[in-house]
Design a protein around this ligand. Sequence first.
Ligand code: S3P
Length: 182
Amino acid sequence: MASGRGPRRIVLVGFMGCGKSTVGAALATRLGWGFRDLDRWIEERHGMTVAEIFRRRGEAFFREEEHRAARAAARLRRCVVAAGGGAFAFEATRETLRAGALTVWLRCPESALWRRVPRDGSRPLAGDRGRMRRLLGEREPSYRLADLAVDSSRAAPDEVARRIVEAAFKRAPRSRRTRKKT
Ligand code: S3P
């Protein structure tokens, strides 16, 4: 359904629990595009969950793999990419994710994030609220570097996806200066 000029890839960023995977899947369906979740890609590559990778290989290793996943995703066209909550906080990964893509921060207040993130050990960095609050504070400046910010705390995933499509494919008025002389 996407027509006209628009991005060839949309990358969703934001803290754990902001809805990147659910909104990402809804957005991909809406656009008729592919969907790639970087965490799932890493898990498939290693045959381990993210929690196991953190436990057995450490966070630094996970971040390297996350950068690798971002590089692989940078080759994709007509694809929605859901990045893990920490990806945009690391400059090299962030720059890889931004290249040629529209980046969208799914913004959500801390209280909603805390309600949504399962405390079942699947997110190694989401154990206690104080730590989560601190991490969120540290990361917000990097999320702000995304091209768009869309609130994902109240609307249903499909409605958030609709708003992203509207913003992403809104036709920019053509500038006279860039029009070729005939
Ligand atoms: C992380 C977020 C997780 C996952 C890993 C680290 C983070 O992804 O990449 O547990 O540093 O915030 P989600 O944001 O998809 O939960």
